[in-house]
Design a binder for this molecule. Structure first.
Ligand code: FAD
Length: 779
């Protein structure tokens, strides 16, 4: 039936939504911000102008999510971000170790859809706003082209996570574009003069092998002369996705207003490169390849950076400066590119690392002049130099989580972002963040509400690490390798390695530590030894350095490169213990030693990197006296990952079903238990392209039961009688089965009043003892 509509009745339908927190932009910063605020009790609206979530991490752009782990290419050990972004990365690893970008989309959509307090508007672009006064946003207006609906979203607090900062721009928030002069912030690596040069956009493509010859006829707009790209000889037939990051352009243009123009140039480049691969005759291997996907939305690196009450700068990163209002951290290199990108004759990037991770202060996360506007993602208040590091997505997401919680606290208490700087509020923000998994370097959880802190905690066993059993496999010392051992103040314990030696040689061994105990850069050599070795197999190499260790920290017992010597390996693994080699990965550095330009304010130091599993293994070794750093007392020390120590309770290898017992003087009423597992915070879990060998991290306890215990008699050396298994305990209907996540929050069916709780765990494997970072109980 044909219905004629009167001309007067043609206004767009407008939905008016009222929220506690409105988040604009569904990249990872916006997603983590919105989920965190919703979980903290705020009614949240998340507005995303594209059909899926994730921003540059979505299947529309296909960047792999990275942060402080930097592909394991620098010395930031156990540096994967915590909280919501960790849940997402760990879940993606479980479902999608192959790195299919569509599965990552689905994980993000599910995580947002699971939040009852969160309303998601997809395909909806914010384009306008209304203010209640010069410094306060009242509402934003948006439009969804798919349902022809206009939206007006009113809220007391707004989060701009839109990448280009649409809300901040429309609201009149102070921002910058380009790079600061060296003098403005005293950043030695900054250019002498301020400039308008930016990092450009990139478009990726994927190819696939069809198994039969495929002809490619390029579109007329494809770049015809490949030599216009100075690095054209570096093109490989099988480069796809993130490996094409250097197909970058537009840094000399207006990266907001000229975005469509930049996209067309990048399509020219992408199709031109593919034409070169298919039709130049230089890549016979490409004959059966076809283009599977070309990006339609360019990945954008840089545009506006907004001004908060503080601008994080080079010195904060390199000197790892401390801030009372630290709420997040970073650790990617200062990663800057020439503005001409793919057409520049210069190296396509410079990457300069810090010796360890750095704090990010809260003052960078809200506008200095719009009083109810938070900033999340790449637009936070950072200088161009610092932005070179803070811009990566896991760092953006982790900061977004801090913003989400701060926004919820502000909305609940009718506060403005700046109000949270006052000490009690800042402590509350930090505490609530750490409670939900945020890692803030140097800040321990102080949690008066945690009933486990008043309990006596005992374990049926605690690992005394006396070494790693040989597996029979050995590895030549083609590089210098070290075992990172967590040691306590006092004499450095002697160790013994097992070697195969092919010819008479002298092996150099070193004992090193990091200049800052919390770092993992072995930049201080405490002792060296030159050991003459005769040929032979399974030769014992005892090493006694007679050195005093000054503080709890990691000691690096190094065997320097000597290809004639092989060191025996072990299949055993323990939370917070690793082997590392002095080498580099080309994606993150140019040599095994960082050598920055002189007087650039950046440090020289060596990279000592673990090898990825399955290859990365511990050395077979003996440690005598054993390392006693894995006690159950670590469960309440406020850190839920290895820092200067493993910070974990670890059971003995021999004890495959260990038990933890919490006993109180008086009965306690408990309704919730929080547990933190070891999902290997050293693993970057790149979200796309790069495959991973495991779905579940090898250190992760997958099975446990919580029971209401009876006080179990304990022997004089602290071991529970009967292995801690008391026969007459009652299960609380509270089991974790098939766990692969870093955190489990267990709500008991009904509160239980008891003076004794038992946690019975099953070790992940015979080669990996059970471990936990945290065990907290709440009324
Ligand atoms: C080629 C390239 C390589 C990179 N390499 C890496 C890497 O290897 N690893 C890494 O982690 N990072 C990398 N980065 C950096 C990183 O991708 C960005 O800095 C990061 O995506 C910024 O996160 P964000 O959440 O602030 O912005 P985005 O990811 O851009 O998300 C912002 C979202 O807001 C939405 N939006 C914008 N305007 C509006 C509006 N008006 N209304 C509603 N929604 C809106 C956008 O659609 C987008 O989804 C790279 C960037 C590029 C371009």
């Amino acid at each position: 039936m044909f219905i004629s509509h009167p001309v007067s009745n043609r206004e767009l339908k407008t939905d008016r939504l009222v929220a506690d927190v409105a988040v604009v932009g569904g990249g990872l910063a916006g997603v983590c911000s919105a989920i965190t605020a919703a979980r903290a009790g705020s009614k949240v609206v998340l507005v995303q102008d594209r059909p899926v979530l994730g921003g540059n991490a979505s299947s529309e752009v296909r960047l792999w999510v990275l942060g402080a782990t930097a592909h394991m290419g620098n010395n930031n050990r156990w540096a994967r971000e915590g909280g919501v972004i960790d849940e997402i990365m760990v879940e993606n690893m479980f479902r999608n170790p192959e790195g299919n970008p569509l599965i990552f989309d689905a994980v993000l959509l599910e995580w947002v859809a699971n939040e009852p307090n969160l309303t998601l508007l997809l395909n909806t672009a914010v384009h306008d706003l209304e203010k209640s006064d010069a410094d306060t946003i009242k509402s934003v207006r948006a439009f969804c082209s798919q349902n022809s609906t206009a939206y007006e979203i009113t809220a007391p607090i707004f989060v701009d996570a839109s990448g280009d900062g649409i809300v901040g721009f429309l609201a009149g928030a102070a921002f910058r574009i380009g790079s600061e002069s060296r003098a403005e912030f005293g950043e030695k690596f900054a250019p002498e003069q301020a400039s308008n040069e930016l990092l450009g956009h990139t478009i990726y493509f994927y190819s696939k092998d069809t198994g039969r010859p495929v002809k490619f006829i390029p579109p007329s707009f494809a770049l015809k002369d490949i030599t216009k790209i100075p690095r054209w000889r570096d093109i490989k037939f099988n480069d796809t996705g993130c490996r094409l990051w250097w197909l970058e352009w537009g840094g000399n243009l207006d990266t907001i207003r000229d975005s469509e123009k930049i996209k067309w140039e990048l399509w020219r480049v992408a199709y031109g490169v593919w034409n070169h691969i298919k039709n130049s005759g230089q890549f016979p291997e490409a004959e059966t390849l076809t283009l599977e996907w070309v990006g339609t939305i360019p990945g954008k690196r840089e545009s506006r950076r907004f001004e908060g009450d503080y601008m994080i700068r080079q010195q904060d990163l390199i000197e790892q400066r401390r801030h009372d209002d630290a709420v997040s951290f970073g650790g990617w290199a200062i990663d800057l590119h020439p503005a001409d990108g793919v057409y520049s004759p210069e190296s396509p990037c410079q990457q300069w690392h810090s010796r360890g991770v750095f704090q990010i202060p809260y003052r960078t996360m809200y506008s200095r002049n719009i009083t109810n506007l938070f900033l999340a993602g790449r637009i936070i208040s950072a200088t161009h130099i610092a932005f070179g590091s803070t811009r990566v997505m896991a760092t953006c997401a982790h900061g977004g989580q801090a913003v989400g919680l701060a926004a919820a606290i502000c909305a609940k208490n009718k506060l403005k972002p700046r109000d949270l700087l006052a000490a009690p509020r800042m402590k509350e923000l930090q505490r609530e963040l750490i409670r939900v998994g945020q890692y803030i370097p140097g800040v321990a959880l102080e949690d008066a509400g945690d009933l486990a802190r008043t309990a006596e905690i005992s374990a049926s066993s605690e690992l005394k690490l006396s070494g790693f059993a040989p597996s029979g496999e050995s590895m030549p010392l083609n590089f210098a390798w070290a075992m990172m051992l967590p040691v306590q103040p006092g004499a450095m314990p002697p160790v013994e390695f097992l070697l195969d030696v092919s010819a008479p040689t002298t092996l150099r061994a070193e004992l090193r530590v990091s200049s800052k105990p919390v770092n993992h850069t072995p930049d201080v050599t405490l002792a060296t030894q030159e050991i003459k070795l005769k040929p032979g197999s399974r030769i014992k190499l005892p090493l006694q350095f007679n050195q005093e260790i000054d503080a709890p920290r990691y000691a690096f017992v190094c065997l320097m490169a000597n290809p004639g010597v092989s060191v025996h390996l072990s299949d055993q693994r323990v939370t917070g213990v690793l082997s590392v080699a002095q080498k580099f990965i080309p994606a993150m550095a140019k040599s095994p030693r960082q050598e920055p330009p002189p007087d650039s304010g950046i440090d020289s130091f060596e990279f000592w990197l673990p090898q990825r599993r399955p290859a990365g293994k511990n050395f077979a070794m003996k440690i005598d006296p054993p390392l006693e750093v894995f006690s159950a007392q670590n469960l309440g020390n406020g850190f839920a990952r290895p820092t200067n120590q493993p910070n974990a309770w670890v059971a003995d290898f021999a004890h495959e079903q260990p038990t933890l017992c919490l006993t109180w003087d008086k009965p306690q009423t408990i309704s919730r238990i929080e547990l933190s597992f070891d999902t290997d915070f050293d693993h970057p879990m790149e979200s796309v392209l790069m495959g991973h060998p495991e779905r579940v991290m090898p250190f992760c306890v997958q099975e446990l039961v919580v029971a209401q215990g009876v006080r179990v008699p304990v022997t004089s050396d602290g071991r529970a009688v009967n292995g801690g298994q008391s026969s007459d305990t009652e299960r609380l209907g509270c089991e974790v089965s098939g766990n692969h996540q870093s955190r489990q929050s267990i709500r008991l069916r009904e509160p239980v009043t008891t003076d004794c709780l038992e946690i019975r765990l099953i070790a992940p494997s015979t080669n990996v003892p059970a471990a936990l970072f945290e065990l907290r109980c709440y009324a």
